[in-house]
Ligand binder design. Structure first.
Ligand code: NI
Length: 182
C-alpha cells in the first residue's frame, strides 16, 4: 500500500523517534515503505516521513548504480541504527527530500561512516559506507534525529529557501506523489 508522505511543517518530522521491536505488523509496514519510496521515485525514506516516530529507514538506490557504481545492490532496511563513526573528510553534494518537494541545496557531510543497525529480520550488522550510500544514510538518519537537510545549509541559503519552506508548511505547495494534506 502506498502511504501518504508527510511534508515539511508536519510535527512528526520534528519528533524524537523511538527504538522498535519486531512485530507481525512491521513486515507489512516496511513493504509499504518500499512501495511508497518507489512510487515517489526517491532513494530513501524514513519512518517519520510516513507518520511513525520510529527508528527505521529504508533505502533503494539501485536505480542510481549506472552513475554511482557504489549504489549497486544498495537496497536495505535500517532498524534502530546508530552511526558509530563519521570521517573527518567531508564533501558537498546537492540533496533533495520527499518531504521538501521542489527544494534542492548543497549539504556538506562526512564522506564515509560506520553504522550499526538491525535488518528486517532483526539481525545486527556493523558496516562501513562511503560515497553516495554514506550520503543517503546520513540524510535518512537525520530524519530519525528530527532534522531535515535544510537545517544543515548555510545561513544565506536558509534565508533563500525560507519562503519555499513556508509555502510547503502552509499547504500552498504539494508534491507529485501521494502526500498528507497539511
Ligand atoms: Ni529526506
Amino acid at each position: 500500500m502506498i502511504l501518504p508522505i508527510y511534508l515539511y511543517g508536519q510535527p512528526i518530522l520534528r519528533k524524537t523517534t523511538e527504538e522498535i521491536e519486531n512485530s507481525p505488523e512491521l513486515k507489512q509496514f516496511i513493504a509499504d515503505m518500499y512501495e511508497t519510496l518507489t512510487a515517489a521515485e526517491g532513494c530513501g525514506l524514513a519512518a517519520p516521513q510516513v507518520g511513525k516516530a520510529w527508528r527505521l529507514f529504508v533505502v533503494d538506490a539501485t536505480e542510481l548504480a549506472e552513475d554511482y557504481p557504489e549504489c549497486k545492490d544498495f537496497k536495505k532496511t535500517f532498524i534502530n541504527p546508530e552511526i558509530l563513526e563519521l570521517s573527518e573528510e567531508t564533501c558537498s553534494y546537492s540533496e533533495g527530500c520527499l518531504s521538501l518537494p521542489g527544494i534542492s541545496e548543497n549539504v556538506v557531510r562526512p564522506v564515509s561512516l560506520r553504522i550499526r543497525y538491525q535488518d528486517e529480520n532483526f539481525v545486527e550488522h556493523e558496516e562501513e559506507y562511503s560515497g553516495f550510500p554514506a550520503r543517503i544514510i546520513q540524510h535518512e538518519y537525520d530524519h530519525l534525529e528530527a532534522h531535515v537537510f535544510t537545517d544543515r545549509i548555510s545561513p544565506i541559503r536558509k534565508t533563500l529557501v525560507r519562503n519555499k519552506l513556508a509555502a510547503i508548511a502552509k499547504g500552498k505547495v504539494g508534491a507529485r506523489y501521494k502526500y498528507k494534506k497539511q
